[in-house]
Every structure is written in C-alpha cells, then in structure tokens.
Design a binder for this molecule. Sequence first.
Ligand SMILES: *Cc1c(COP(=O)(O)O)cnc(C)c1O
Length: 362
Amino acid sequence: MQNRVFNFNPGPSTLPLEVLQIVREELLDYQGTGMSVLEISHRSSQFEEINHSANNIMKELLGLGDNYHLLFVGGGASTQFANIPLNFLRNWMTANYVDTGTWASKAIKEAEKLGKVNVIASSKDRDYTYIPEFASHEITHNAAYVHITSNNTIKGTQYQTIPDTGSVPLFADLSSDICSRNSDYCQFSLFYAGAQKNLGPSGVTIVGIRKDMLEKCNENLTTMVDYKTHAQKNSLFNTPPVFAIYMLKLVLEWIKNNGGLSGIEKINQQKKDLIYNLLDLHSVYYRPTAEKNSRSWMNITFRLPTEDLEKKFLEEAVANRLIGLKGHRSVGGIRVSLYNAMTLQGAEAVAEFMETFMNKYG
Ligand SMILES: *Cc1c(COP(=O)(O)O)cnc(C)c1O
C-alpha cells in the first residue's frame, strides 16, 4: 500500500493492514446480508456470531477458562475508573492503588470520590520514571482490591512482572499492553482495556472479570454500572459498540493467525530491542526517560539535547512518513509507540531515521 504511512500514534493507533482490507471488502455487504455490519441488528445471528467469536478467541489468547466473563462495553477505559469502585468499594472497605502516572492517578481520583483509598506505592518522587514496588505487608488488611496500571502510556514504563497480592484481588488497567506478550492473565481478578491501542478502533472497552467476583459486587447499583448486567446478557443488555466489536474480532483473528501471543511477543520484542539498543548506544544524544528496569515495550520515551532539535526531529520524521512520534503534551520529547499492529518494518524505519538524524545534527 503505497500511500500508507508508518503511524506511531499513541491511541487511537495503527491497525493491521490485513484487517482494514477485510473491513473494506465486507463494508457494503456483510456476508451476503446485503447490509453493512454498521447497519445490522445487534440481535441478528450475524452479530451474535461476531460477539461469540470475539469472546472465544480472546479467552483462548489470554488463556482464560470458563470462570471468567469478558464484557465488551462502551465508555472507554476511563469509565471503568469509577465503575470499579462503584461495584467493589463498599463503604467500610479500603481499595489499594499503585500510582504510576497520569492514568493511574485518574483512577485513584475517581475511587477517592467513592470510598477509602490507600496508595500503597507511587513513583511520583522521581516523576513516574519507574515502577514502584510494594511489600505484601503494605497491602491493607482485607482490602477490596489492589489496582495497578500495567503499562504507563505517557511515561513509557511497564511492569516487568506482575506483583503478587496474595488473597487480595488484583485489578489492572491493561489499556496499552493487553495481548502484547505472554502473561498469566489469570492473576487478575479483574482487568480492563480500551481497544484503541492494541486491539482495534476506539469505542469498545474489554472488561475481564472472574465470575466469583460478581458475587462481591455492591447491591442496588444503577443498571448500566453493574457488571452483572453485562455479564448476564453477554454484553447485549443494550446496543453495544457493534462496529468496534466486529473490528476487535478481526484483530483478534489476526493475532491468532500470527502465532497468538507468543508470535506477537516475538515481534514486539524485536521492535523494542531495535529502538532501545539504539538509545543505549547513543544515550548522550537520545536520552531515555524511563529507568532501565521499568522500560515499556509499547511506548518508548526519550529526549533530545534541546527542544529545538526535538521539533526538527518531529518535522523531519513527518517528511519521512513517520507519524505520531511527539511525546504526550504533559511531558514533551519523543514517544515511539510500538503497539501490536506496528510492523517490524515500521520500527526499522524509525531506527534508521534516528541514526540518520543524529549523524546530520549530532
Ligand atoms: C489510553 C489509556 C486510557 C484511557 O482510555 P479511554 O478509553 O480513552 O478512556 C486509560 N488507561 C491507560 C493505561 C491508557 O493508556
């Protein structure tokens, strides 16, 4: 595809070309219905099949058994920041949170409006450049849950191993690294992720919830907030984001056809190694901002010697058809987002551009 650029946008982000081609192919007439997926009923057999397949493939990829529900809901990951405490934070209980940056802080802010919160670890002291640890004795006795943010999209940090919280349920915002590598997803009693980084377009959020957790939900919640509503109706209580779920299914199939999470992990590892090796080799010029033992595979953040050079870097990148490399407006600098759908060729193109740029201006 000649006019496609390498798109490093942090979210919504690049999608697999193969998937977009299927969408185009099927857009006007979905499987002989004479209608677009955008036009069919969410109660039709066609959509039931899409919903069912997306669920099954995702469970298979994540290694989840029948003891989990996967919900496909609207509202973005941000809606879950409040839904979680609404469902699980009874007023005499405490929730534990780890503060690793912007998204984690937003989740904490919502929970604080709804109940008692204890932040058991934070990396705020060093500007969120690392993943803070906590000891098991720091977990509040009988806490409702411990909440972590697995990958910190803005600061470029990521858990290398998932912490053990013993008998206290572990909840996680997996928005920016879900399905990016092998991991034991059964460690989470609840996880959630907006699809628009690693799994599809915006509009659908995946919530994985262990079935026994549903019994711990608050009573008398309003219907749409209550996880039980969506679990009991297979996400079809009301009209779900039909088109986004359809595309989610196609991306999941694409992952499966590319070797599942092991296959994706292998490519993601090669991609991030290309960039981090270069940063380490030229760390005087390209200055990584995340601490080495907390580096994200998904979002690689670094600075150049001056802001003027950063500006020039971004301009020349665009001229080289490398789009979306600007760091988040709250931190500046450069961010290379290497989500699942970014190809190895894309990572190679950035690495090559970085070499050339440094040789020219360094
Ligand atoms: C992007 C992002 C969000 C926000 O997701 P929305 O779907 O836009 O609400 C939340 N958490 C993390 C870790 C993110 O990267």
